[in-house]
Structures are given as C-alpha cells and as structure tokens.
Design a binder for this molecule. Structure first.
Ligand code: HEM
Ligand code: HEM
Length: 452
C-alpha cells in the first residue's frame, strides 16, 4: 500500500479538489453551448448587457491571473514559504472563474479567440499545480533525485512564462466582451496590442534593471544600450521587410511603417557600435532613447478619421517622445554615462513610467475602442487621464513585485551589536529568511547549506 508522510498527505489533499473540479468542469463545458441566436447579422455580440456571472468571472480572473499568480511567482523565485498558499488561493479563484466563464447568460458571443485560448492557459495552470505538488512532496531519493532538478527548472520557466500568457488571455477577454477585433479590424488590433505591450515590457525591463539587474548586466560584459540596440535592430529589420507586400502598390500606411522600420534598423546598428569604447569596454549611449523619441514623433503625426482618435494618437506620440527625452537626460546628465548611481535618483522612474503610459495609451487607441469612447461622449482628456492612472497602478504593482523580490534577496543591514558580535558583517544575511524558506527549500539544498 502507498504510505504517505504528513507533507505528502497535505500535498495530496491540495491536488484532490483540483482534480474533482476539472472532472466536473468537462460536464459543464459540454452543457454550455454557444447560443448564437440573438447576435445580429454582421455583429459579434448580442445587444444584451454582461450579466453578473460574467462580471464576477472577469474580476476573479483579473484577481487570480493578474495579481495573485504574479505575486506568487515572485514568492516562488525567492523560495518563500508563502509561495504555495498564495498559488493555492490563486488556483481556487481561477477554477471558480473558469466555471463562471462557462455559466454566464446575458450577452452572447460569436466563436471567439478568448474561448479558444482559455484551455491553453488552464492546461498550463494544471501543469504548474501538478509539478508544484510533486515538488512539495520532496521526493528526492532514487529516480526522483534525478528527475526533481528538471521539474524545478520546468516549473520555474513555465511559471515565469505564465504571466505573459495570462496577459494575452486577459486582452483577448477584453476584446471578446466588446465584440472587437473581428474581420477587417484584426490586424490593426494586433498591431496596437503587440506594440503597446512591447513598450510596457520595455518599461518593465528598464525598471527591473534599474532596481535589481545591475549584477546580471555586469555579467554579460555589455552595456544596457547594447541589448536595447540589438533588439531595435532586429525589430527594425523585421518591420523594414514585412510591413509592405512587395507585389502590391505602396499604401500610405506601408510607407509610414516601413520608414519606421528603416529608422530602427539604421539607429540600432549605430547603437550597437557606440556601446563599446576604444578599449572594447561597455559604454552607454543615447541611441535607444533617440529611437524612442523619433518613434513618438512619427506616431504623433499619424492623422486618424475620428478627432478623438487623432488627439489620443497625438498624446501617445508626445508621451513616447517624453520617454525618449527622459531616457537621454537620465543617461547623459543624471548618470553621466555610468551604469548606475549608488542610490537611484527619483528621475530614473520617469522613463520607465512614461513607457508604461505610452504602451497603455497605444493599446487603448484601436479604432473600435475609440469609436465606442467617442460615442459615449467622453473627451480625450478624461480618457487619457484614466489611462495615465492605470499606468500609475501598473507601475505601482511592478514596484511591489520588485520590492517583494529585493526584500528577500538584498543584503540586510545588521544592527551594530549583531554585526560585530558574530563577525559576519556585510555578508548576505540569509539567516533572517531561513524561517521564511523552510516551507519551500528542498532537503538537498538544506543539507548543502548546513555543510557550508
Ligand atoms: C498551486 C500549486 C503550486 C505548488 C504546490 C508549488 C510548489 C512549488 C515549490 C515546492 C517550489 C520550490 C521548488 C524547489 O524545491 O526548489 C516552487 C517554485 C516555484 N514556483 Fe511553484 N508551486 C505551485 C504553483 C505555481 C504557479 C501557478 C506558478 C506560476 C505562476 C509557480 C511558479 C514558481 C516559480 C517561478 C518557482 C521558482 C522556480 C525557480 O526558481 O526556478 N508555482 N513551487
Ligand atoms: C486570464 C484570465 C482568464 C481566463 C483563464 C478566462 C477563461 C475563460 C473561459 C474558460 C471562458 C469560457 C469560454 C467558453 O465559453 O468556451 C471565458 C469566457 C469569457 N470570458 Fe474569460 N477568462 C479570463 C479573463 C477574462 C477577462 C479579463 C475578461 C474581460 C475583460 C473575460 C471575458 C470573458 C467573456 C466575455 C467570456 C464569454 C465568452 C463566450 O461565452 O464565448 N475573461 N473566459
């Protein structure tokens, strides 16, 4: 008979409700037919409002996939004992949200990408829970000793990809609930979401490197602008050759997008060249900042059909220009070309925040969305202020996640008495967290630590 130790029994108890819920959910999936009656010809949603069940689905999914799982991910990376409880809570809310997504009445939807993509994310979650439970069982003898490190790696990599996949699924949820991005609008939507998300990701990378990435950067032996310029060059190359179908006549849009690609490609090459000094040492430069500025300039002059849309595109362009300018000032004046200041300057939050804001504005500037906002009688100032506020919140959440990470990994300043008493002043103080870690750390690592 299979005998389980106490932690193993605990982990098995964790898995049981998930298995039961997923089994019964297949019955629900079968029961929920997509009733497409009620959807007018040529439309993709029925005119009914969203019902409460769908609203709860939306809030539950944003809470679990947007807040709890990313927080749990960081707790996993720092091996906090809070990782498992937080991810279990997220899983319970997500499973409830999954049922509600299937059980809604109210507005009806034509077949959509959100419903198609959902099983991919939920399978990923089920996999993470499965791997997680296996890791929590701490099976480390015999075969398990060989398998476990691979499972940790896989669980870690998938866990870091999950927020990206969840972000995509949440965006799909947004466009599905409003019936956007079908038919001709698809490409334009994709352009806005991919480009907007890229600016946000660039902002995130910038603030992560600012706060915790300097050691990694040093390890690469390159300056930050080398990596930025490399990505800019690759992206420019892709845009130069893909924005126009070469056997068709040139449209205005093609010319604009291709010229943007050419600027990125040319500037990126210069940026790579300037990222080393005469002796081959890493050197900072302002080329990526200039590229962001020029991209903003290009976008600010993009005329649109709706007056609201023209204004929003203009402010998007200005915000991006401000981000580029702020980055140039940061590198040339605040940092004076150094990789970092001893203590970060408040100004250094400006470039990444402005990238967050411009990314979010661009994501919310697709034609159908602006037509809806315009028909609701909302002016561009109010709309933009709401988007700036969302950018503040997203920046805050990013800072919270980085804060959780640094509070468990940065050296802790010891009180003088302790520091002088045990002779370990200046050492990374893991003792303080040993209490935190004991829930997650494996026996193997524990033994290794003790030997050290
Ligand atoms: C709910 C069930 C889950 C359980 C029981 C669980 C359990 C664990 C355990 C025991 C570890 C430490 C592994 C070790 O011994 O080194 C770990 C690490 C980790 N977990 Fe989970 N986990 C769960 C869900 C998740 C989810 C949903 C995510 C993703 C959002 C995630 C992301 C991570 C990450 C990023 C690490 C660090 C891995 C590394 O540093 O390479 N976990 N988890
Ligand atoms: C990452 C988190 C999310 C997941 C995993 C998820 C998952 C699901 C699932 C499984 C369904 C049922 C699909 C079906 O009927 O076959 C569903 C329906 C739906 N969800 Fe989500 N959802 C998430 C977030 C959101 C968000 C943020 C929104 C809106 C802002 C949203 C809006 C909707 C809508 C409108 C439906 C009805 C679609 C239909 O009946 O075809 N979801 N969701």
């Amino acid at each position: 008979m299979l005998a389980l130790s106490t932690p193993q029994r605990g982990a098995a108890k964790l898995l049981l409700p998930v298995i039961l819920l997923s089994l019964s959910s297949s019955a629900l999936v079968a029961a929920h037919e997509h009733e497409e009656e009620g959807i007018p010809e040529g439309e993709f949603i029925s005119p009914d409002p969203l019902d409460n069940i769908l609203w709860i689905h939306i809030f539950a999914m944003i809470l679990s996939f947007g807040i709890i799982f990313p927080l749990g991910m960081v707790l996993g990376i720092v091996r906090s004992r809070w990782h498992v409880p937080v991810q279990v809570l997220g899983t319970l809310i997500a499973v409830m949200g999954w049922f509600l997504g299937h059980a809604h009445k109210g507005r009806q939807f034509a077949p959509n990408i959100h419903a198609t993509f959902a099983p991919i994310l939920m399978t990923m979650l089920a996999g993470q829970v499965g791997f997680g439970v296996y890791l929590k069982l701490h099976l480390e003898r015999g075969m398990h000793g060989k398998i476990r490190p691979y499972v940790v790696k896989l669980h870690g990599v998938a866990g870091k990809i999950m927020p990206l996949v969840a972000w995509t699924q949440m965006l799909f949820g947004g466009i599905t609930s409003l019936g956007f991005c079908h038919a001709d609008h698809g490409i334009q939507c994709m352009a806005h979401f991919i480009m907007g998300s890229s600016f946000i990701v660039y902002g995130m990378i910038m603030v992560i490197i600012l706060q915790v990435g300097q050691v990694w950067l040093k390890g690469t032996g390159r300056s930050q602008e080398f990596w930025d310029s490399l990505v800019i060059t690759i992206w420019g190359c892709i845009n130069t050759f893909t924005e126009h179908r070469w056997n068709e006549p040139w449209a205005l849009n093609d010319i604009q997008h291709t010229s943007m690609g050419i600027v990125w490609l040319c500037a990126g090459l210069l940026g790579i060249w300037l990222s080393r000094d005469k002796n081959g040492n890493p050197k900072r430069n302002i080329v990526p900042g200039l590229v962001v500025f020029l991209t903003g300039y290009g976008m600010s002059a993009h005329a649109q059909e709706l007056p609201l849309s023209t204004m929003v595109h203009q402010v998007f362009g200005y915000t991006l220009m401000a981000a580029g300018l702020a980055r140039i000032i940061e590198i040339a004046i605040i940092l004076r070309d150094k990789p970092e200041l001893g203590e970060e300057s408040s100004f250094q939050h400006l470039p990444p925040y402005l990238l967050f804001a411009s990314g979010l504005i661009f994501m919310c500037a697709n034609e159908e969305q602006l037509a809806l906002v315009s028909s609701g009688g909302v002016d561009h100032v109010s709309y933009l202020l709401v988007l700036y506020s969302l950018a503040f919140l997203m920046y805050l959440f990013t800072m919270v996640l980085i804060g959780v990470f640094t509070s468990s990994t940065q050296p802790v300043k010891l009180p003088t008495a302790v520091a002088t008493g045990n002779g370990h002043a200046g050492a990374r103080v893991h003792d303080a967290e040993e209490f935190e870690l004991e829930g997650l750390i494996s026996d193997e690592e524990d033994d290794a630590n003790k030997r050290q």
